[in-house]
Design a protein around this ligand. Structure first.
Ligand SMILES: Nc1ncnc2c1ncn2[C@@H]1O[C@H](COP(=O)(O)OP(=O)(O)O)[C@@H](O)[C@H]1O
Ligand SMILES: [Mg+2]
Length: 251
């Protein structure tokens, strides 16, 4: 059996420059297995760039990234996904005409050697079918499996995106603003479902709403102009004068 990793994620002195702009500036971060961590910070702070670096869609200008104690700095996004990484995006990523269940089936089969033909009876793929149903249930959409994705409410579409990310059975899940654009009620359901996710999954959540961040996670990392300006337990971060200045405009 493989030994449990010491860290789910480690960034060591990671910087990212776009032309002359330094989007991330010597960011170091260590996330333990099973931890729930929020990344907060104003627009343009570098939060989404941080996720793209972790998932491998962008490469750091300098610095190293490790997943589950393994250096992945040069690995493709595909190889990182195979190590147990999944992410959602700020922009929706669904097939609008396919049903909720078909979206999940495609996500599940993308990670298996089985080739899926949607025109064949679903019953010919019992294992995939079961997994797809399982992830739909996990996000509370079990009763919407036959609905086309485009006919789901905005909140349900965001839930479906979480289901797609869960399809690969990730060990580390990156969620980019899961409650963005949701009504208060939808935001509440989303928070509740995220709290119910398998505790073995390490969760990194970019969250605009500080209250949601505090409710979901024990530890918070604050980015500001590409730098980590605070990192610690929620109550410490909340009391940090710089964080109060950034968020509340306190002098
Ligand atoms: N592909 C890119 N090319 C050029 N600039 C980018 C790119 N991606 C992000 N940026 C810039 O990097 C900074 C951080 O962006 P981003 O990571 O999206 O911030 P956040 O998610 O915290 O709002 C912004 O100034 C943004 O304009
Ligand atoms: Mg962003």
């Amino acid at each position: 059996m493989r030994e449990a990793p010491a860290l789910a994620l480690r960034l060591a002195d990671v910087s990212k420059e776009f032309g002359g702009l330094r989007a991330l500036d010597r960011v170091s971060l260590a996330v333990a297995p099973g931890e729930r961590r929020a990344i907060i910070g104003p627009n343009g702070a570098g939060k989404t760039t941080l996720f793209s670096l972790i998932s491998g869609e962008t490469r750091p200008t300098v610095g190293r990234i490790a997943l589950f104690d393994r250096d992945v700095t040069r690995l493709s996004p595909h190889r990182r996904a195979a190590l147990g990484l999944a992410r959602t995006y700020q922009i929706t990523n669904l097939f609008p005409r396919l049903t909720a269940l078909e979206n999940c089936l495609l996500a599940v089969q993308a990670l298996t050697p089985v080739k899926l033909h949607l025109h064949r009876a679903l019953t010919r793929y019992p294992a995939l079918f079961e997994r797809a149903r399982g992830v739909l249930d996990a996000v509370g959409l079990g009763d919407k499996e036959g609905d086309a994705a485009r006919n789901l409410s905005h909140g349900e579409q965001r839930q479906l995106e979480i289901a797609l990310a869960l399809a690969g059975m990730p060990r580390l899940l990156l969620l980019d603003e899961p409650t963005a654009g949701l009504s208060p009620a939808e935001s509440h359901s989303m928070t509740a479902l995220l709290k119910k996710l398998d505790p073995a999954i390490t969760l990194l959540v970019i969250e605009h709403d500080m209250d949601v961040a505090f409710e979901l996670t024990d530890r918070i990392t604050v980015l500001h102009y590409g730098r980590v300006v605070a990192d610690g337990f929620a109550h410490e971060v909340r009391a940090n004068p710089l964080v109060q200045e950034i968020y509340l405009g306190a002098p």
